[in-house]
Design a protein around this ligand. Structure first.
Ligand SMILES: [Zn+2]
Length: 645
C-alpha cells in the first residue's frame, strides 16, 4: 500500500448545467502540476457530491457534458509520474440519484425527504438501507476494475431515516431513529469494507464523517478534514490530530486552499495560514493534504499550485525529522463519547473536549486525546473532560490506574454513574455529589490566596454540579449569587452579585484526584477565562511537577508538541495568531517573532549530547537542570523545530 507523504485532494463537484466538463482537461498538465508540488498522492472524483460520475460507468450517471473517461485518463497520467490516486466517491449525498429515485432518499424524523434548508448541497441525503446501498456497491465494483490505489468515501453521515425499510427494521431492533442511523452507517461501512477486502487489493481506504473507532476494522489510514476558515476553526486540528495519532495508522491532515470553505473557486489562503496547518499537522505526526477544487473544464490554476509548491517546499525540508516520528505525551485527555442521543448539536460533549484541549495547549502540556475505552495506563495524568460517566468496566480501570499511581483531573459530571446519582468512586474522589448546581451563575473563590489567580469571586458561566468535600481538601469554594438569572413576572434579573459561600466545593483534591464542580472544558470553550486556565495549571503542576516540556517566553497563543525518532526528540513550537477579521473569518497573515525562549526538556534520564534547530542545523546551547536539559532558543519566527539527540 502506498503511504502518502504529500497529498493534494481535489474537490470536483459539477452542476449538471455545466456545458463543457472536461473539454479543456489536459490530464498530463494537471498531473505535472501535482508533480511540481512534490505530491505523491491525490484523491480525484470518480463520483461527486451531486452523484455525477466522471468515469465510464454503466451503473452510475455520467455527467451529461463529459465526453470521455476523465477519471481513467487522470489516473493514468498520475501513475505515469509515480503519483498514487484514490477514487473519491460521495456516499451520503446524491442530487442526481435522489432526483431519479425519491425512494432512495432518507425520510427525516419530521417526514421530509428534502432536508431544510434547501440552499446548501446537503439537502438530498441517501438511505443506505434502500436499493441505493447496492447501487453504491455496484459502482465500487466498476471502479475496482481500474488500477486505483485507494478509495475516499465521503459524507457517510448517519442521517436518521424513517423510510419504509428503516422504520420496520428499527422497530425489530428496538432502536430509535438516531441509534438506528448509527447502526445503518456502520453497516454500510462494513459492507464497503468487505467488498474492498474481497478484492484482495492492498488499497488506501478511508471513510469521511465516520468516527475513527467505527472504521478501524476496514480503513487503512485515517484523515482529519479541517478547513480552519471554513467553520472548523484553527484549534480543531490541535485537538483531533492528538486523537487520530493514538490509533497507530498512517494519517493525513486535510486542509484546503480556500479563503472560506469547499467550493470557493476564487478563494485563496495566505501562505502563513497554510503553513500553520502543515506544520501543526507534522508536529502531531500527520503529513499534509491540501484541498483544491478543480475547474470543471480543466482550467489550470497556477496561482494555487505556486502556493502549494511553495509551502510544500518549505515543509519538505523538515521531513528528515518528521519521517516515521512518533508523538510523545504524558497526559491523556479523555473526551466523553458522543452517543446517538447526544448528537453534536444537542450536547456539548465535543465542546468540552475542545475547551479542555485548548486549555492544555495553552499550558504547553503534552497530551493525547482518547475515548474512554482506549488504554490510558501509560499516562502520568488523565483528564476526564466534563461528562465522562463511569460504568463498571471504567470504574475498575480507573481504580487500577489510581493503584498504579496515576493522577486524575476530573470536571463536571465526570466520575458519576450513568444515571447521574453519585460519584462511582466516592472514597477516591473524596467528595459527595449533591445534585445539579442550583446557581446561575455560580462563583468560585480560592480557599487560599494564589499567585496568578484573582482573589475575588470569579464567575462560572456554565452550569455544573453541587458537591461537598467528604475527605478531600477544598482548593476552591462556591459562592452563591443573591438570586439566579430569571424573569419573575416583574423583573428580569440580570445583575447577580455574589453573596456568600454555600458550603459546596468548586475544586477538591483527594490525593490523586482533583475534581472541578463545573464543566471546565465547556466553560473554556465558550468563555476562555484565564483564571480558570491558571487554576487548572496549578493542579497540573501539583500532579506533574517536572513535566516533559516547559517553555518560558512562548506566548499563550504559542503551541508545542514533542515527537521522537528513536532516541532523537523534536520539540515543535509555533507562534501564529488567528486574528478575527471578517464576520466569521480568522486570519493568519504572518508568523510572530518571539525571542529569548527557555525550554526545559525532560526525557526520563535519557542523555542528550547535541541540540540544534531543524532544518538549518544551527547549534543551540543547553545545560543540564532538574532532571532534564535547559535549552536556549534565541528567537523564532512563526515556528521552530528544536532537535535534541
Ligand atoms: Zn431509510
Amino acid at each position: 500500500m502506498h503511504i502518502p507523504k504529500f497529498a493534494v485532494f481535489y474537490d470536483f463537484h459539477t452542476m449538471p448545467a455545466c456545458p463543457d466538463v472536461g473539454a479543456g482537461f489536459d490530464c498530463d498538465a494537471a498531473a505535472e502540476q501535482l508533480k511540481r508540488c512534490g505530491a505523491d498522492f491525490t484523491i480525484f472524483a470518480a463520483r461527486c457530491n451531486l452523484g455525477m460520475a466522471y468515469y465510464d460507468t454503466k451503473t452510475g450517471i455520467r455527467h451529461p457534458a463529459l465526453k470521455y473517461d476523465l477519471f481513467g485518463r487522470f489516473l493514468e497520467a498520475c501513475h505515469k509520474r509515480g503519483i498514487a490516486v484514490s477514487a473519491y466517491m460521495n456516499v451520503g449525498l446524491s442530487q442526481e440519484e435522489g432526483l431519479r429515485h425519491r425512494d432512495w432518499l432518507t425520510v427525516s424524523p419530521e417526514g421530509e425527504i428534502y432536508r431544510q434548508p434547501c440552499n446548501v448541497h446537503e439537502y438530498r441525503t441517501m438511505c443506505y438501507n434502500s436499493p441505493y446501498g447496492d447501487h453504491v456497491l455496484a459502482m465500487i465494483d466498476e471502479l475496482l476494475e481500474y488500477p486505483v490505489d485507494g478509495f475516499f468515501f465521503d459524507c457517510l453521515t448517519p442521517h436518521p431515516c424513517i423510510g419504509a425499510e428503516c422504520i420496520r427494521e428499527m422497530r425489530e431492533r428496538k432502536m430509535n431513529p438516531s441509534e438506528f442511523a448509527w447502526f445503518s452507517q456502520k453497516r454500510m461501512v462494513d459492507r464497503i469494507g468487505r467488498k474492498i477486502k474481497d478484492s484482495r487489493r492492498d488499497l488506501l481506504l478511508y471513510y469521511n464523517c465516520v468516527r475513527p473507532t467505527d472504521q478501524l476494522e476496514w480503513s487503512t489510514y485515517l484523515e482529519y478534514e479541517c478547513l480552519p476558515t471554513g467553520g472548523w476553526g484553527y484549534e480543531s486540528l490541535q485537538l483531533n490530530a492528538r486523537h487520530l495519532r493514538t490509533f497507530g495508522k498512517p494519517m493525513l491532515n486535510m486542509t484546503g486552499r480556500f479563503h472560506e470553505t469547499w467550493g470557493d473557486f476564487g478563494g485563496i489562503r495566505t501562505r502563513a495560514s497554510l503553513l500553520y496547518d502543515c506544520i501543526t499537522g507534522l508536529a502531531n505526526t500527520l503529513p499534509p493534504n491540501i484541498g483544491d477544487h478543480f475547474h470543471p473544464r480543466g482550467d489550470l490554476n497556477h496561482a494555487v499550485y505556486d502556493l502549494i509548491a511553495d509551502v510544500y517546499g518549505e515543509v519538505r525540508r523538515l521531513m528528515p525529522w518528521a519521517d516515521g516520528a512518533k508523538a510523545v505525551a504524558e497526559v491523556a485527555m479523555i473526551q466523553p463519547p458522543d452517543t446517538p442521543d447526544n448528537s453534536l448539536e444537542a450536547v456539548p460533549s465535543i465542546y468540552s473536549a475542545q475547551g479542555w484541549g485548548r486549555i492544555l495547549c495553552e499550558l504547553k502540556c503534552q497530551f493525547d486525546v482518547l475515548l474512554p475505552h482506549q488504554d490510558f495506563t501509560k499516562y502520568k495524568v488523565i483528564v476526564l473532560a466534563d461528562r465522562v460517566r463511569f460504568d463498571e468496566t471504567l470504574k475498575e480501570r480507573i481504580r487500577s490506574y489510581l493503584a498504579q499511581g496515576g493522577k486524575i483531573i476530573s470536571s463536571g459530571w465526570s466520575g458519576l454513574d450513568g444515571s447521574g446519582t453519585h460519584f462511582v468512586l466516592p472514597d477516591e474522589w473524596g467528595a459527595e455529589y449533591l445534585g445539579e448546581s442550583p446557581h446561575d451563575p455560580a462563583y468560585f473563590r480560592l480557599a487560599e490566596k494564589t499567585e496568578g489567580i484573582p482573589d475575588m469571586p470569579v464567575t462560572l458561566y456554565e452550569k455544573g454540579i453541587s458537591m461537598r468535600a467528604a475527605g478531600a481538601e477544598i482548593l476552591a469554594e462556591i459562592v452563591a449569587p443573591y438570586y439566579n438569572r430569571q424573569f419573575d413576572g416583574e423583573h428580569y434579573y440580570s445583575y447577580l452579585p455574589p453573596d456568600r459561600k454555600d458550603g459546596c466545593a468548586a475544586l477538591t483534591l483527594a490525593g490523586q484526584v482533583a475534581h472541578f464542580s463545573h464543566p471546565v472544558g465547556f466553560g473554556y470553550y465558550k468563555h476562555a477565562q484565564v483564571p480558570v486556565r491558571e487554576l487548572v495549571g496549578n493542579v497540573l503542576k501539583r500532579f506533574l511537577p517536572e513535566p516533559l516540556l516547559e517553555v518560558r517566553g512562548l506566548p499563550s497563543f504559542g503551541r508545542t508538541a514533542v515527537t521522537r525518532q528513536g532516541n532523537r526528540h523534536m520539540i515543535w513550537l509555533t507562534a501564529f495568531v488567528p486574528e478575527r477579521r471578517g464576520e466569521k473569518i480568522d486570519m493568519i497573515e504572518e508568523g510572530c517573532e518571539v525571542s529569548g525562549l527557555e525550554i526545559v526538556l525532560r526525557l526520563n534520564g535519557q542523555k542528550v549530547s547535541r541540540v540544534y534547530t531543524a532544518p538549518d542545523c544551527t547549534e543551540l546551547s543547553f545545560t543540564e537542570v532538574d532532571g532534564g536539559y535547559k535549552i536556549l532558543l534565541p528567537s523564532m519566527k512563526g515556528y521552530a523545530v528544536v532537535v535534541a539527540e
